[in-house]
Design a protein. Structure first.
Length: 262
């Protein structure tokens, strides 16, 4: 990536992700610098740090969240210990899951360590049905995010993946109310090409509404770290130049910069 753009990858996983393939914090740090990034954030799935694999993947914790009575496997202390070894230059963060009520699946005493807070929706009850009502699914997502954003969120990860993964196009009826919700709570929208395609229309509407954007690789494999070329192409298709990015992209908190030789 062009170093002068000072791009930050706000969505990088670690060996503690059940879905990771070969992530290594030491190599991630080296690659981020070599690939021209100005910074990056470790953002591990909070649900995967508290629950074992079967409980997480079968969404058995979604009904009662942290009060779920089985499947607990607290790996949070180990994650914090590992991530903090690389912070700085990395930022310490979480990709926070929320239960069906919209409550973040993370304890307040753990959340206080976060420099970057991503929110994500990986399951919608309505989309589990054989013939889901997309209007109801959109309402469910907005309701849950309305609750979650009250707890403090910086970035909404992969805003439409929950729909595209079920082969449902980006719901047009969700775009405007979602952008308004992001604007109201000052939450940035992530551009993410990991199993998701972000539309030009959504990007333009975010910019027009004053909603900041972030670039996230959602790296589960080392080759994905800092892979922001598709993001830059998308911004170009939307009519935004490199010089526009400093006004459009979310600003990293202090301490996010890598020690580039400049």
């Amino acid at each position: 990536m062009p170093p002068e753009l000072e791009l930050i990858d706000y969505h990088v996983h670690t060996p503690y992700a059940y879905c990771q393939q070969n992530m290594d914090p030491e190599l991630t740090t080296q690659l981020a610098k070599e690939f021209g990034l100005a910074g990056f954030a470790f953002t591990e799935h909070s649900g995967q740090l508290y629950f074992d694999g079967p409980t997480f993947w079968h969404a058995e914790f979604m009904e009662n969240g942290l009060e779920t009575d089985h499947g607990h496997q607290n790996r949070m202390p180990d994650y914090l210990k590992l991530a903090k070894r690389y912070c700085p230059p990395a930022l310490l963060g979480f990709e926070m899951d929320c239960d069906y009520q919209g409550r973040p699946v993370i304890y307040p005493e753990d959340l206080k360590h976060a420099q970057v807070r991503l929110a994500s929706v990986h399951w919608l009850e309505e989309l589990k049905k054989e013939e889901p009502d997309i209007d109801l699914a959109c309402h469910e997502m907005l309701r849950r995010l309305s609750v979650m954003f009250e707890y403090g969120v910086d970035i909404l990860a992969h805003p439409f993946r929950i729909f595209t993964r079920t082969e449902t196009p980006e719901p047009k009826q969700l775009v405007d109310p979602l952008i308004e919700l992001l604007r109201k709570h000052n939450v940035a929208a992530e551009i993410n090409f990991h199993n998701q395609i972000t539309s030009e229309g959504f990007i333009k509407k975010c910019v027009d509404a004053g909603v900041k954007l972030t670039f996230g690789s959602d790296s589960h494999n080392l080759y994905e770290v800092g892979e922001h070329y598709p993001h830059l192409q998308l911004m170009n298709r939307c009519g935004y130049s490199h010089s526009d990015l400093s006004h459009i992209l979310y600003k990293a908190p202090a301490g996010a910069e890598l020690a580039h030789d400049r």
